[in-house]
Design a protein around this ligand. Structure first.
Ligand code: MTE
Length: 316
């Protein structure tokens, strides 16, 4: 997602990621050991549970991957959320005063039931499933996160889109007083993303309200975010306040910021490089060695048919 000059890039990104993460892990292990000394075994047990890798789903989805989970700590402290800053630690450090409650979502456009819905009403009747999905970032790192969520298709059906609705556009909240990155304007806020209607209706596309069985922390997009596991992570827009059904393909924030790098579809594609780096490999956060990136982030069997006949080099 980088549109910065080299001189603007913080040292956390210049440091090779493995070294950076390992340094943080080392520091964390140090503090764990200290916690053990001062808190005794109850403290150690709590600290180990917080790691989240041993977390088990209570309401598993049939789409779950069985790959090892990223630790809760990494999933909630190494984030992209430019509304709070450009460094990976900024979202956790700067999101403390954000208020995710009360929350409502405006539903607009080509739809029979446009309204501003309270979050409680949107969630009424929904069963939250634990969806263990990979998240692959365009910066060539990835995580495996147990999201807590439900299919976006359920809500779309309730809103009753008209036959003119061909795309869905999502907008993040604009609240510069609580989101310091929005005061800096390095992206055209509010953050906007979009999906084609069939992508939005696909059972893998979910709205998440939590992870590891808990509510979403602010830095992960509280109280409601999208997760589209076969696309680069930036499509998974956070803290959604507007869902608009439209005829024309929406223009996303990243398409405005860097049109040569970020297209509308943004399906994970190891064969199409970013203009400044390859997408062929990725580093799973917590791993030392890189692994090959899979087409559609490993979800090709489920979603490749959505794009049959399309030139995916052009429609990147
Ligand atoms: N949504 C908003 N509103 N603002 C953002 O900066 N970053 C995106 C996406 N959603 C972003 C966003 C990017 S680049 C990624 S990789 C994922 O969120 C990261 O999600 P995570 O921090 O929960 O891992």
């Amino acid at each position: 997602m980088l549109i910065r000059r080299r001189s603007d890039i913080p040292s956390s990104e210049i440091t090779p990621e493995s070294a950076y993460i390992n340094r943080r892990k080392f520091l964390r292990k140090g503090s764990l050991a200290l916690a053990g000394m001062t808190l005794g075994s109850a403290g150690i047990l709590r600290a180990v549970m917080q790691d989240g890798k041993s977390w088990k789903p209570s309401n598993p989805s049939r789409y779950n991957t069985t790959e090892d989970l990223t630790s809760y700590q990494d999933a909630t402290t190494y984030n992209n959320y430019y509304e709070y800053g450009m460094d990976k630690e900024d979202p956790e450090a700067m999101s403390g005063s954000f208020k995710p409650q009360p929350w409502s979502v405006a539903v607009e456009g080509e739809v029979k039931k446009p309204a501003t819905y309270r979050l409680e009403d949107l969630l009424k009747g929904e069963t939250l499933e634990d969806r263990i999905y990979r998240l692959r970032c365009v910066e060539a790192w990835s995580m495996v996160i147990p999201w807590l969520g439900f299919p976006l298709a359920h809500l779309i059906k309730r809103f009753e889109p008209t036959s003119k609705a061909r795309f869905v556009e999502f907008t993040t909240i604009l609240r510069p007083e609580e989101m310091p990155g929005q005061q800096r304007r390095y992206l055209p806020f509010p953050y906007v993303e979009g999906l084609r209607m069939d992508e939005a209706m696909h059972p893998l596309t979910i709205l998440a309200t939590g992870l590891y069985g808990r509510s979403l922390p602010n830095q992960n997009g509280a109280p409601l975010r999208l997760v589209v596991p076969w696309k680069y992570g930036f499509k998974s827009i956070k803290s959604i306040v507007k869902i608009r059904f439209v005829q024309e393909q929406p223009t996303s924030t990243w398409m405005i910021a860097a049109p040569g790098d970020y297209g509308f579809y943004s399906n994970v594609n190891p064969d199409v490089s970013h203009t400044r780096w390859s997408q062929a490999k990725e580093r799973r956060i917590g791993d030392f060695l890189k692994r090959k990136t899979l087409p559609f982030n490993g979800y090709a069997d489920e979603v490749a048919s959505l794009y049959s006949g399309m030139d995916l080099d052009k429609n990147f």
